[in-house]
Design a protein. Structure first.
Lengths: 238, 240
């Protein structure tokens, strides 16, 4: 997956057009669905290369084609707008540690943030959480923005093999094998956080066990259904 | 009482047009009112037949007349876009078990999802609950999407003669003697969930007793009124 490809395509090449457009749409979806505010970013790996494209120091809701940046996995500038996001190591360190991962989202989602500081864990109480383990996402305890490779490496270690990590007093990082999957997981993590919050006001809910999650994971998936829906809602906005 | 499948009108025939439009309107209403997200579906029985129409592999909010499918009660394809919802047995098995049911809604409503995992159930807190059993809707406890007839039959058994069933960690299925009624009940179930949630945050609310629910149920109801209202709200969206 991660490769030694030498001919890294230019950010505005026809090869990357579909991917970069998807990245922009994904940013607008997280904004439209109320997950991001002025901050947060999504990245996508350049196929076959040790490089990724993300948004250049701009809010996800304001991103446009000319505000994308390409960097390599050491953070070196490769192409596009000049200003990398402050926390580029979130992307580069996770993409380095997890070769199967294609896309990473980082948000300050209120629902991830609240469970990042509570003694009780955000656990799957709905099948939307079937991508998580029964005891929920790990929590990265480090303080400070993830703007150094050292912190990025610690974050990737806290994430481990999980699909998402909460970042204490900060937000989350969610990974996936496609941009669509990252959007599905990020929006569902937010829904689960909200629903856990509602449920816990009543006492401990009946969570899904590891075996029950397995049953749900054996069902067929429809990865594009939610994407189509969220894209249709963007149409309304424009 | 139901006619045989061979007498089912062709999917494209003019006399199914009104039913199809109702399915699409019902879907758009549930989306507009914040009940559905990318998932969920609404079905309508083709009167007098062993067939029903539902949406074909599409989010309720994106449903169109072209993205519908007609199936028989064994899930056999009868017409339309050949992409039945994965959980078609929710509809087929309930229609089979309940000849009185003309429409079924399945949603992942946050309020149904919430009360499906709480230990106290959803007792009646408002007169809207008059369509529900006095202790609240039953809860289908098993994990897994309703992708098989076996699971669909188990769900229909849990529903029994109730008007709604919560699906644990999943959502709800709500039935009606008309599509309008199934949609209205789905919205009312969500309202009841939200209200009960808010009330319980203050301590134990004064729930309605079975007798009191009966008193409300004996009053006249005006089912056409909310349908007109909710339709007006999606028209607003379409003309915006």
């Amino acid at each position: 997956m991660t490769g030694n490809r030498k001919d890294v395509p230019k950010i505005d090449s026809s090869e990357l057009k579909e991917l970069t457009e998807k990245l922009i749409t994904a940013c607008h979806i997280l904004d439209h669905e109320g997950v991001t505010d002025g901050y947060g970013h999504i990245s996508v790996r350049v196929p076959g290369a040790d490089a990724f494209v993300t948004i250049a120091n701009v809010s996800p809701g304001c991103v446009t084609r000319d505000r994308l940046i390409m960097q390599d996995l050491d953070g070196n500038y490769l192409d596009g707008a000049k200003t990398p996001p402050n926390e580029w190591p979130i992307h580069s360190c996770i993409l380095k540690a997890r070769p199967e991962i294609v896309s990473v989202a980082h948000t300050h989602s209120k629902w991830s943030t609240i469970f990042s500081v509570l003694p009780i864990k955000l656990k799957p109480m709905h099948h939307y959480g079937k991508f998580l383990s029964a005891d929920g996402p790990p929590v990265y305890q480090g303080v400070g923005l993830v703007r150094t490779v050292e912190r990025g490496t610690e974050l990737a270690a806290a994430l481990g093999k999980a699909p998402a990590v909460l970042m204490r007093a900060h937000g989350d990082a969610v990974v996936g094998e496609s941009v669509e999957q990252v959007i599905e997981r990020t929006t569902r993590l937010a829904m689960l956080g909200e629903w856990n919050h509602l449920a816990l006001l009543h006492g401990e809910p009946k969570y899904l066990s590891a075996e029950e999650l397995k049953v749900y994971n054996e069902d067929q998936r429809f990865p594009m259904r939610g994407w189509e829906y969220y894209v249709s809602r963007l149409g309304e906005r424009q | 009482m139901a006619l045989s499948g061979s007498e089912t009108p062709a999917f494209d025939s003019e006399n199914l047009r009104e039913l199809k439009q109702k399915v699409v309107d019902g879907c758009h209403i549930l989306d507009r009112e914040g009940i559905t997200d990318g998932f969920g579906h609404v079905s309508i029985r083709v009167p007098g037949t062993e067939a029903f129409i539902t949406i074909a592999g599409v989010s309720p909010g994106c449903a169109t007349l072209k993205r519908l499918v007609m199936l028989d009660l064994d899930g056999q394809y009868l017409g339309g876009q050949n992409a039945p919802p994965y959980e078609w047995p929710i509809h087929a098995c309930i229609f089979k078990a309940r000849p009185d049911v003309m429409s079924v809604c399945h949603t992942h409503s946050r309020w149904s999802s919430l009360f499906s995992v709480l230990r106290g159930g959803l007792p009646p807190i408002h007169m809207y609950a008059k369509f529900l059993p006095p202790k609240g809707p039953p809860i289908y406890p098993a994990a897994g999407l309703i992708g098989t007839v076996e699971r669909g039959e188990a769900l229909a058994r849990t529903l029994q003669d109730s008007a709604a069933v919560l699906l644990r960690a999943h959502g709800d299925a709500v039935i009606g003697a008309s599509l309008e009624q199934a949609i209205l009940r789905t919205l009312q179930l969500a309202f009841l969930g939200e209200l009960a949630h808010m009330a319980v945050a203050h301590g134990e609310p004064l729930y309605l007793s079975q007798e009191e629910l009966g008193t409300f149920a004996a009053d006249r109801s005006f089912p056409a009124r909310p349908w007109e209202y909710y339709l007006s709200r999606i028209r607003e969206r379409h003309s915006a």
